[in-house]
Design a protein around this ligand. Structure first.
Ligand code: MYA
Length: 152
């Protein structure tokens, strides 16, 4: 499988609980291209249940959107410069400044979740990303993110 966006994060930025490869207890979310959009897949462990065992905890859902959105922002910014993540040149990295999540229906446990990102717009330092999280082809949560370019 192709490398994920997060595989190109520097070692020092790879400790995120949601997506850092250097966090042994983390989720290791992996985001990739899906045409002009982005996609990640994730199967929550049973301990991430919500109020009932067969629903996923909302905080996990928000964190999946958070990590996928920030990685997507970096990928969109690279493509805007006709580059790919990991290409030569200064890496472009983003952090989440704002994330709004709408929980639209309960997210079922035991099913692979599909998280998608779509570029809404960008300017010199900011990227706005529209996000969805689906199970069985149904959107369970949607989100809007503002990611801001990280100044090293
Ligand atoms: C910490 C290390 C991170 C390393 C990351 C590497 C990759 C790893 C990724 C893994 C991560 C996984 C996922 C995660 O990320 S998880 C991390 C969660 N996010 C954070 O911890 C970020 C904390 N916040 C900050 O560090 C600063 O506030 C940032 C850097 C975001 C901006 O502070 P800075 O002093 O630099 O810039 P600025 O204040 O002039 O703002 C710039 C522009 O943005 C606009 N604005 C700002 N906030 C908001 C808002 N809430 N709503 C609307 N607009 C907002 C602002 O008006 C301005 O616009 P304009 O006036 O220019 O038009």
């Amino acid at each position: 499988m192709d490398a994920a966006f997060q595989d190109f994060y520097a070692e020092k930025f790879s400790h995120c609980h949601g997506c850092g490869k250097n966090n042994p207890a983390g989720h290791h979310l992996k985001s990739r291209w899906d045409g002009d959009d982005t996609i990640a897949r994730f199967l929550p462990k049973p301990e991430y249940s919500g109020g009932v065992p067969d629903h996923v905890y909302g905080g996990l859902i928000a964190s999946l959107l958070d990590c996928h959105g920030a990685a997507s922002a970096a990928a969109f910014a690279h493509r805007a410069q006709n580059r790919e993540m990991g290409s030569e040149g200064e890496p472009i990295r983003y952090v989440t400044a704002s994330l709004k999540v709408d929980f639209r229906r309960p997210t079922p446990m035991g099913i692979e979740l599909v998280i998608k990102g779509k570029l809404r717009s960008m300017d010199e330092r900011k990227v706005w990303v529209d996000l969805t999280l689906s199970a069985n082809g149904e959107v369970c949560a949607s989100g809007e993110m503002l990611a801001v370019r990280y100044r090293q």
